[in-house]
Structures are given as C-alpha cells and as structure tokens.
Design a protein around this ligand. Structure first.
Ligand code: TRP
Ligand code: SF4
Length: 335
C-alpha cells in the first residue's frame, strides 16, 4: 500500500472557536483526515509569542480548542491531535532551522509586521518585538518539518509563512547536501467565508462572532443583531437580498437551494419581514450545529477523555518527530 502524504497544520489556542473557524478551517481538516496522514497541533508556544505574560487561561484555552476540534469531527482515530509544547523535538528543530535562516527573511515576514503594529498600538511606541515573536516563522517551520509534511492547509494570511518554510527547507538541504526535507506546499482552505454579525470579518476581538459552543439562545440573540437590507424601513417594503449584508449571506451558507430561492423571492416581493427572517435563520443555524454542540457537551463532561486523546496524540506524533530529529542530528553531524 502506498503511504499517505502527510499534512501538518496548527492553530493558536485563543479560546473557544467561532463559526468562522468551523467553516473556514475545521470542515476542511475533517475532509483532509480521510485522505492524508494528518497532524493537527495546538500551537501553545505560538500563543506565547504575543501572550507570554497572559498565561492564566492558557491551559483552559488549549482544552477549549481541542474540544471544539473534536466536536466538529476531527477524529483522533484518523488524525493525530496534540499540543505543540509536548513535542520537545519541535523546539530543537527550531534551533537548527534558525541557524540556516537569515535574519532579513524573518524581518520581511508580512504577518510579523502586522503583529508588531498591533503591539505598538496596544503597548505604545516603545513596544519591543520579543526574540520569541521574531522567531515565530521559524517555529512554525519547525512544526511543519517535524513530521516532514508534504502539505500545509492554511488561510491566505499564512501562505507567506509556508513559502518561508520552503525557503528554509531548501537552504537546509543545500547547506547539508541532502534532500531529506520535503518542500511543503500550502493547501488553501477553500471553504465559504463567514462574516461577523456586523458584516466585518468574524473575530473574537471584534465581538461580532458566534461561538461553536454558544447556546441556542445566545446564537439566536446574535443572529437577531445581524445587519439586513439597510434601505428597508417597513417590513412590507420590497427588500434587496443582494444588499442584505449579513442575514442573507448566512442563509446562503446554511440554507438549502430551495429555501434560499424562496427567501429571495419573498424578500424582493416585500412578503417577508426581517425579524421573522432572522428568527428562522437562527433556528436553521442552531439545527446545523445541534450535533456538534451535543458532542461538545459530552467532552466538557469527560475532560479526562480529552486529556487522554491529547496524550495519545502526543505519543503518536513523537514517534514521527523523534525519528526526524534523529535523522537531522545525523545529517548536521551533531555529537
Ligand atoms: N501560525 C499559525 C497561525 O497563527 C498556527 C500554526 C502554528 C501553524 N504552527 C503551524 C499553521 C504549522 C500551520 C502549520 O494561525
Ligand atoms: Fe435580509 Fe431576510 Fe430582511 Fe430580506 S427579509 S432583507 S433576506 S433579513
């Protein structure tokens, strides 16, 4: 049997995940675990690069992220799920990759520049980028090469990082006259993007998100806040679904073809009030996430099971990373 190609991806533990994470990332991962040997890492070291002084909820955040993954269908029998900081091999690979990475490669990194800007806004002009944050792209590359991954599913904002990993791998292979490391390829997440209830990008920090683990009540409340066709004053006015900035977009994601066509027709004819429309939408969204939320409740009540899954995942990942690290040490010529 031909061996499956390896996939590596990670997510920073920022807390409970929202519908954007589900539609934009997790649905994709769930599909990929069927055809690839997948490694999914909770990147807690990456969380430290900007939050080393805010670790009081770090453990809780890690567990929340993992419970969301599992609830959404990431299957520990198919994919290897683990916490980054339980894989010491990644830290050592980070050292070796750092050696072959010119400083200006990481300085050029666009995501890093953005983070520096955000930090400046938060902490003032004198904020300093930590050495750890500077090394963020190298650490991510260490994750990727620790299992010698072929593909890295990421969003558009992370493609530059995978390109950088390819550069590092090429440099490593050149310097040590080897072809040991695979040049990993980015695999764009091609799922529908969902905006926040205010029409901006959905994000925890914008307070416009709906969490995977929100109750049906909270979900309904959030959806009632969704922006609709702003030009519509009364509920019998003809509406414009194409100008309905959030509610109709959500229908297009969660409704079936017939529903969407009917809603469009009724809206245009002025036969559908926005409040009713959103009440129905809330019921639809709650239906869509019903099983996922039930599964999440199960894991919340069985934390020891979640921890067991992470322990097993870590052991499984380390079988691979230990072999890679051992090979790398030999290739470089370490003692
Ligand atoms: N840097 C990624 C992010 O912030 C998370 C991440 C860490 C990652 N390690 C990775 C993504 C390895 C892909 C592969 O979203
Ligand atoms: Fe949007 Fe529905 Fe209102 Fe039409 S009726 S504008 S689709 S919320």
């Amino acid at each position: 049997m031909e061996e499956k190609k390896r996939i590596m991806s990670g997510m920073r533990p920022t807390g409970r995940l929202h519908l954007g994470h589900y539609l934009g990332v997790l649905k994709n991962w769930k599909q990929l675990q069927e055809d690839y040997d997948c490694f999914f890492s909770v990147a807690d070291w990456h969380a430290l690069t900007t939050g080393y002084d805010k670790t009081d909820v770090l453990k809780e955040n890690v567990l929340n992220v993992v419970m969301d993954w599992l609830a959404c269908g990431i299957d520990p029998d198919k994919a290897t799920v683990f916490v980054q900081s339980t894989i010491p091999e990644v830290a050592e690979l980070n050292i070796y990759l750092g050696m072959v990475t010119p400083q200006n490669w990481v300085e050029r990194d666009p995501t890093l520049k953005d983070m520096a800007k955000i930090l400046k806004n938060k902490e003032g002009q004198n904020s300093q980028i930590g050495f750890g944050l500077m090394g963020y792209p190298v650490l991510m590359s260490a994750d990727i090469v620790s299992v010698n991954a072929h593909y890295v599913p990421v969003g558009k904002d992370q493609v530059a990082h995978v390109e950088l990993t390819r550069d590092m791998v090429r440099r490593f292979n050149n310097v040590y006259k080897t072809n040991y490391f695979v040049e990993p390829q980015p695999k764009l997440n091609e799922c529908s993007l969902i905006c926040g209830v205010d029409g901006a990008k959905m994000g925890k920090s914008f307070n416009n998100d709906i969490k995977i683990s929100d109750t049906e009540e909270v979900t309904a409340k959030r959806i009632m806040q969704c922006i609709t066709d702003r030009s519509r004053a009364r509920k019998n006015d003809p509406g414009h679904p194409d100008k309905c900035e959030v509610a109709f977009k959500y229908w297009q994601i969660f409704g079936n073809e017939n529903e969407i066509a009917d809603i469009e027709k009724e809206c245009i004819a002025g036969a559908r009030g926005c409040a009713d429309c959103k009440r129905q939408l809330a019921a639809k969204v709650n239906e869509y996430f019903k099983d996922i939320r039930e599964k999440r409740k199960y894991y919340e009540a069985h934390l020891d099971e979640v921890q067991g899954i992470l322990e097993e995942g870590s052991a499984k990942a380390r079988k691979v990373t230990q072999k890679v690290l051992n090979d790398v040490r030999n290739i470089i010529g370490m003692y």
